[in-house]
Write a protein that binds this ligand. Structure first.
Ligand SMILES: [Ca+2]
Ligand SMILES: [Ca+2]
Ligand SMILES: [Ca+2]
Length: 684
């Protein structure tokens, strides 16, 4: 029985424990399976993300520059003209273009000159025509003009002791006067008169006129020169005044009526004449007067002097000068003085200053205070009055020679004559003569010449002679003299083009350290291939256009097909771009030439040149990728760079680095993601 009970109990226990075991096992299995499933799920997610990540490097390139910055305004054409098109057509390389053409830049000037040795005389006390001194001119444009009339009689010719006056007449009006008197009746007596004004375009008649200082007494002209030079574009200042001034000073004092202020925008050759005198009857000592010029408060080195027939007789004197005057403001004054300390008078004077940009004129000037004397009646060299000049092109040339002696130097009563010699030939029609009150009194002579001179070397000489050779005291002296030549090129073939425009360079997105330079690129063609063309830029430091420091300063010969011409500004670019990014680019021709060139500009632009590397990354995976490092490797070089870039699923991004330079090919670029994936790009 007990056995049976125990058996049952045993059987029952077995049954219960089996149930418990099964149940516990089930719980365990559930727990384990759940954990395994969860773990497995978690592991699969990371794996899946890592495994499914797909980053590609689709491209690696070296980037040379920014986008192009093109003209936003019409170009300024400084020389030349715009023919067709607008600046917008220079913004893209597309075959649509803007056209410009060279223009003629010959320095505009005109001149007329007449000389004659035909004797004329008058007894008129008012001006009459010197029929040998008529210039009929036509001005193409309104112009500044100066006129010089120099007329005289030689020793022994007809001349009243009261002397003569001369006038310049323009279009029927007597404009300027000057007067002179000789040593004695029929002694040498020449008068210089000048005038400057602004004349309108069209025909004009210019005449030299003369008259007797004592009406009814005969005065004569053996030889005269009259010239006019006109210029539409020069800076010119001039004054003619009939306000009388006097002085007893023996040293120069200002003629307050002869003061000119000149402002020059560029360095210029300044040509000056001061002509001042008194008419018969005004206070004038027998020993006469002297004059000089004063420039910016300094008297020039030389003076000129004159004495007339006697006390209160007509007496005028002329002085000329030429010099380089720099850009800026200048003051030129006529100054005068008495040769004896007695009152001397100026009743009328003309002072003119004509300024020529230095490239527009060839000039020579000589002044000297070394004395030269001669007793010869034939012209001898004033050895201090010689100029050698070389003209690059044939030129209209004005030559003036003035030589004189002060009171107290050897000078025969009959005085001296002077003329101009050009290349060994005495220009007899340039002759002029002057005599003075008494032996060794002051006496100056002015000689004028003008002609077309050929290209090449030339020698200009001032020569002088005694009016009374063979007399007991024939010697004459030149103590001070001025000799000048102004030569204005004659050319019909000076075609030039010069244009510029502003460009705004946006360099703000670049670290200045990594900007290598700025480039200018031009796509252009020309209708001839005869000259070079230059790109320049405004240098903000030097305050002018320049190509100094450019990689190429030798220009480019355009062809008749489309040419690409580029320059870069090397590391000097910073001088050519303002802080705000403004840059002025200039295109200009090489030189004045005979062929009028037309150019078409398809494209003109600037850009910032950098040396940076551009990577293109693509995320083809289903989730965002984080790129953390970049490798650039070749056979000799391995460079790692930290990066921190997130790319959304499906995105492609460009990433540029100025500090990453690509090694020689072949190279490999590798990028590593935070998940440990990598992408590789192989060059070639
Ligand atoms: Ca040219
Ligand atoms: Ca040309
Ligand atoms: Ca274009």
């Amino acid at each position: 029985m007990l056995e049976t009970i125990l058996k049952r109990l045993k059987q029952d226990r077995h049954g219960v424990s089996n149930v418990i075991v099964v149940m516990l096992s089930l719980v365990l299995i559930v727990v384990i399976v759940a954990n395994v499933v969860l773990w497995s799920y978690q592991m699969n997610q990371l794996d899946w993300e890592r495994i499914s990540e797909e980053v590609k490097i689709t491209n690696v390139t070296r980037v040379k520059g920014s986008s192009w910055f093109v003209a936003q305004n019409e170009y300024t054409v400084n020389i030349g003209s715009r023919i067709s098109g607008t600046y917008t057509e220079t913004q893209a390389i597309d075959g649509s273009f803007e056209t410009f053409r060279e223009e003629l830049t010959t320095f505009e000037h005109g001149y007329a000159f007449k000389s004659s040795a035909t004797l004329v005389s008058t007894t008129s006390g008012t001006p009459v025509d010197d029929p040998e001194a008529v210039l009929s001119i036509t001005l193409d444009r309104d112009s500044h003009i100066f006129i010089i009339y120099n007329a005289g009689n030689k020793e022994g010719s007809v001349e009243d002791q009261g002397g003569k006056g001369c006038a310049i007449n323009v279009d029927g009006d007597d404009k300027a006067f000057s007067w002179q008197s000789p040593y004695a009746t029929d002694s040498a007596d020449s008068v210089t008169v000048v005038w400057a004004t602004y004349l309108s375009a069209g025909p004009h008649t210019i005449q030299g006129r003369f008259f007797a200082n004592r009406a009814g007494y005969t005065v004569g002209i053996d030889t005269r020169q009259i010239t006019a030079y006109w210029f539409p574009t020069v800076v010119a200042e001039y004054v003619s005044s009939t306000v009388s001034v006097t002085t007893i000073s023996s040293t120069p004092v200002d003629d307050n009526e002869a003061v000119l202020n000149i402002t020059l925008a560029e360095d210029s050759v300044a040509f000056m004449i001061y002509n001042a005198g008194n008419k018969r009857g005004s206070a004038e000592p027998r020993k006469g007067k002297g004059i000089t010029l004063n420039i910016d408060d300094s008297d020039i080195a030389t003076k000129e002097w004159q004495s007339g027939y006697g006390f209160q007789d007509a007496n005028s004197v002329t002085i000329v000068y030429a010099a380089l005057l720099p850009t800026g403001s200048h003051t030129v004054k006529g100054r005068f003085f008495s040769n004896s300390g007695q009152t001397t008078t100026i009743d009328e004077r003309q002072l003119l200053v004509f300024c020529f940009p230095t490239e527009t004129v060839t000039y020579g000037f000589k002044e000297s205070t070394t004395s030269a004397s001669t007793a010869s009646g034939n012209p001898v060299n004033d050895t201090e009055a010689i100029l050698s000049t070389t003209l690059t092109t044939s030129s209209n040339s004005l030559i003036i020679y003035v030589g004189g002696n002060p009171d107290g130097t050897s000078e025969c009563r009959e005085g001296k004559g002077a003329l101009v010699n050009v290349d060994g030939t005495d220009k007899l029609n340039s002759s002029s003569w002057q005599s003075q009150q008494a032996v060794n009194y002051a006496n100056s002579v002015a000689s004028l010449w003008s002609e077309q001179m050929a290209a090449g070397p030339h020698t200009i000489q001032g020569r002088f002679f005694s009016n009374k050779p063979g007399s007991s005291a024939p010697t004459v002296t030149i103590s001070h003299r001025q000799l000048l030549i102004l030569a204005f090129p004659i050319s019909t073939a000076d075609y030039r083009l010069d244009l510029n425009g502003p460009f705004t360079v946006d360099f703000s997105t670049y670290s200045l350290d990594y900007i290598e330079t700025v480039e200018i690129q031009l796509r252009c063609r020309a209708n001839d291939t005869l000259e070079k063309w230059y790109l320049k830029a405004y240098n903000w430091t030097a305050l002018g256009y320049s190509d100094s420091g450019f990689n190429n300063t030798s220009g480019h010969t355009l062809t008749t097909g489309w040419d690409m011409y580029a320059v870069n500004l090397t590391e000097k670019w910073r001088s050519y771009v303002s802080d705000s990014g403004t840059m002025y680019v200039k295109l200009q021709d090489n030189q004045a030439d005979a062929n009028q060139t037309t150019i078409d500009i398809d494209f003109l632009a600037v850009r910032v040149a950098v040396n940076e590397t551009k990577f293109t990354f693509q995320n083809r995976g289903p989730s965002t990728s984080h790129l953390v490092s970049l490798w650039v490797n070749n056979s000799t070089d391995h460079q790692r760079y930290s990066i921190n870039i997130f790319i959304n699923s499906g995105d492609t991004i460009s990433y540029t680095r100025t500090d990453v330079s690509l090694p020689n090919e072949p190279y490999t670029v590798k990028v590593v993601t935070e998940r440990g994936n990598r992408a590789v790009f192989t060059s070639q």
